[in-house]
Design a protein around this ligand. Sequence first.
Ligand code: NDP
Length: 480
Amino acid sequence: MTKLNLIAGEWLAGESEIENRNPSDLTDLVGMFAQASGDQLEATLDQARVAQAEWAAYGLERKQAVLNAIGNELMARAEELGTLLSREEGKPLAEGKGEVYRAGQFFTYYAAECLRQIGENADSVRPDIEVDVRREAVGVVAIISPWNFPTATASWKIAPALCYGNAVVWKPANITPASAVALTEIIERQDIPKGLFSLVMGSGRSIGQRLVESPKVNAISFTGSVPVGKGIAAAAIQNLTKVQMEMGSKNALAVMDDADLDLAVSLALGGAFGGTGQKCTASSRLVVHAGIHDAFVEKLVAGAQAMKVGHALEEGVQMGPVVSQQQLGENLAYVDLGKSEGAELACGGQRLEMPHDGFYMSPGVFLNTNNDMRINREEMFAPLTSVIKVGSYDEALSVVNDTNFGLTSGIVTKSLARATHFRRNARTGVVTVNLPTAGTDYHVPFGGRGDSSYGPREQGKAAAEFYTTVKTAYISAGPV
Ligand code: NDP
């Protein structure tokens, strides 16, 4: 049975439908999914405006209860929904379950934030006048999310949007619609006004583009690629719509000669190949000090070769398939490009044949690369990583910072001095010390610099900057 969109509070069939197949096993049909029409989008945007006013007027504890219920259900059903997520996206089951549980935590965190919306007050510079500064909802928020964290990325946008009193129109990635329907079913069952939350599945080029061009939208939160992000920003400016974007990166992990070797190798393997390398925080550049280079590379390559690649739902699998035929084709093209640029492919980077027909490839490590190569400048979103050998800490820092992106960076070192200097001088929004470049908390800001991000930070209290607008009130009480 076709899964439907949630339009103005009703589950509706669309103008067409698409099929969704399991990238671990193409014979497994996950389901059929409705594609919203332009008219449905208009109708749901109109209803969202009405519902938003009603929702913003709900009592704080009523909103808090809604967010808590969504979060608690996600956590309680992490096993079931994580299995669905892994089945349609291809990440190993432990990662799928972990993602759904984490998505629940975004909702329970922002449930508590419902009660922590405290403004400022001041005396006016004019006599006998008081000033009250508080935040109000921006209105109708469009959320456009990617497939690589289909539940978590959407949740870290939806939870604050609702917490601060907004309506949401969500266009998930068309490659992972099942997770989107599952989350929408949970949200729709709550005590919310009809049409407060909409699901508009459809392709980015059609329904996504129409959504970001709509003057009925007050704010757009997007995660995805740089070209699409730039197009969204250009559309948003036509209506002066507020926009927030997170667009991936070319994250570097610097491994110093004083590093704990085994720790460095395990951080590099996890950071490069977790989620099949399809993470905006993936360690795609390993900047390695000459003093530890050979030992590091030997263990890294051995570790990559030992990784178990297979069906995402199979016990013991460490790396699932890539998400789609298109992504696989692009990844293999990057392998050829790396070789043609003079990089040495030490292992992996090959299409793999498995008992199930899926989009499998082996984790690949490039050696003898330099930071000018395209494989070190462009986001590949692939299970591929490059080693760049450097002669000193200073050179490592300068290579780390030599990128158009700036989401995360990390250093592996036992030196407090180097760790401190790196933390203060790496030009990224997130810096890690003796930790992977991937993996962040929900209660603190997340975002980057350069081509990685645009607009206010996401997550934690920082999210209020995007999902609210400030009102400054002047009050003259008059004589007693
Ligand atoms: P896209 O940027 O195309 O997709 C991200 C989201 O934007 C999806 O929901 C997509 O819809 C939607 N979208 C696409 N075009 C438009 C548009 N014109 N207007 C509004 N919304 C639109 O990324 P891809 O999924 O194609 O991945 C391509 C590359 O992007 C990856 O290889 C990776 O480099 C990068 N990427 C980075 C991510 C990150 O976490 N920063 C996440 C995902 C991708 P739909 O998919 O349905 O077309």
